[in-house]
Design a protein around this ligand. Structure first.
Ligand SMILES: *Cc1c(COP(=O)(O)O)cnc(C)c1O
Length: 448
């Protein structure tokens, strides 16, 4: 177990119905100030958060099984991260790396070269968001190959900027009426073991995709293939073993840049530093954000030096990219991940949660699939006796969990997937309590 000591009691404790009166007041104010286009999963406002709990403005203590979408893997206010932020902010908060550079940026780049898959020569550029990292990975791939086409996959999610909307599969809510979209993006079939024909291997699924790429685009027009090694927003879809290695080998053979979007899967989440590690896949460029800096906004691309060094001076950057406070937070977060062996902790969380959820799946007839890796776990909900997605059930389960003080997120192309992304520092008792609440919510919803 981790030996981090927390300011806040690591316990679920409700003193009002949720949302409480102060949260309800903030919701009313928000309606006058923030457009409805900005959603929130739960109508409960945070006042404090630490380890695996979020304390709301009414004093309720909720269990966090979402980590702000896989961001606060080291906890919401890791003491090391907090201290590093204080220390750096006390010196300078910004100079702009493109104006007066500083060491923190270089140290993060050195760390990422060390941690990311492959022992080739690497270069790293820092940004502010996952979408910005993805945009820049595509820029580099197009410039380095002199080609235009980019392949993305069914169920993919890569962000909300114009290019990343084009890469993202799902129209509502991400793309609907926001076009026109960036051209030269081609969508290809993903390996989705639960919904693919039974017995289709990862290699066969990859061959199916490769054959479509060759027919519809041609390898010599293709700059990059971008893929989430485990899809996040699309439903925590874990491709069949062999899918990623076969695609990556084909890309290498044809001079196509293989980009792994590890924005959600990276940094110990799946039980390894990166999800690609699991099948020894070495991407040409890897995109990172979310878990990288303990909650501070930071993103990165790390890739082969021969690709990144092709870009002309001034072609990459941004005013805030690699902000010094965010860099200090990243170095502290990585230190916490190493010191407390959070990859191992992610595996232990995955074992516990998967065992519980598989047992539950044998008991109720609405769980079609339990899947994931490490502390990135999902259940796909279906109508009994079928594989028909049941999004309404997922919504009701998440709402019941919230009523009982557990923050749980949904995802999936059909909205019928419940996903667990607990902070990796969550203690065993808190995790068990959260899973009890979830199991009870599923049983109740399945009965109705
Ligand atoms: C969240 C996410 C993004 C976008 O990151 P932002 O920081 O929200 O721009 C891109 N790719 C994947 C796989 C993600 O999960």
């Amino acid at each position: 177990m981790t030996a981090i000591t927390y300011r806040l009691a690591q316990k679920r404790h409700l003193i009002t119905p949720l949302p409480g009166p102060r949260s309800a007041e903030l919701t009313a104010r928000r309606r006058q100030a923030v457009p409805a286009g900005v959603g929130s999963s739960v109508p409960v406002y945070a006042a404090d958060a630490d380890g695996g709990v979020i304390v709301d403005v009414d004093g309720n203590s909720l269990i966090d099984l979402g980590s702000g979408i896989a961001v606060t893997s080291v906890g919401a206010s890791d003491p090391g991260v907090v201290e590093a932020v204080r220390e750096q902010a006390g010196h300078f908060t910004h100079t702009c790396f493109m104006v007066t550079p500083y060491e923190g940026y270089i140290r993060v780049a050195e760390e990422l070269a060390e941690l990311t898959p492959g022992d080739h020569e690497k270069r790293t550029v820092l940004f502010n968001s996952g979408a910005e990292a993805v945009e820049n990975a595509i820029k580099v791939a197009r410039l380095a190959t002199g080609r235009n086409a980019v392949v993305a996959f069914d169920h993919a999610y890569h962000g909300r900027t114009n290019l990343t909307m084009a890469l993202t599969a799902k129209t509502l809510p991400y793309k609907h009426n926001f076009g026109p979209f960036a051209p030269e993006i081609y969508r290809m079939p993903m390996s989705y073991p639960y919904r693919d024909a039974e017995g289709l291997t990862g290699e066969q699924a990859a061959r199916r995709t490769i054959s479509q790429i060759e027919k519809q685009i041609g390898a010599d027009a293709l700059a990059a293939v971008i893929i989430e090694p485990i899809q996040g927003e699309g439903g925590f879809i874990v491709p069949a073993p062999g899918f990623l290695p076969t695609l990556a080998a084909w890309a290498r053979e044809h001079g196509v840049v293989f980009i792994a979007d590890e924005v959600q899967t990276g940094f110990a989440r799946t039980g390894s530093w990166f999800a690609c590690d699991d099948e020894n896949v070495v991407p040409d460029i890897i995109t990172m954000a979310k878990g990288i800096a303990g909650g501070m906004p930071l993103a990165a691309i790390t890739g082969r030096s021969d690709l990144l060094d092709k870009v002309h001076a001034g072609g990459l950057g941004g005013t805030y990219g690699g902000n010094p406070v965010a860099c200090a937070a990243a170095l502290a977060a990585l230190d916490t991940m190493r010191t407390h062996d959070l990859p191992a902790r992610a595996r232990a969380i995955g074992d516990t949660a998967t065992r519980r959820l598989r047992a539950l799946a044998a008991e109720v007839d609405v769980i079609g699939d339990v899947r994931g890796r490490g502390a990135m776990i999902a259940i796909e909900l279906v109508r009994p006796g079928s594989t028909d997605p049941d999004a309404d059930l997922a919504k009701r389960i998440a709402a019941q969990c919230l009523d009982d003080g557990v923050v749980i997120l949904t995802c999936g192309t059909h909205g019928n997937v419940i996903r667990l992304l607990p902070p990796l520092v969550i203690d065993d008792d808190l995790l068990a309590d959260g899973l009890d609440v979830l199991a009870q919510a599923i049983r109740t919803a399945a009965d109705n």
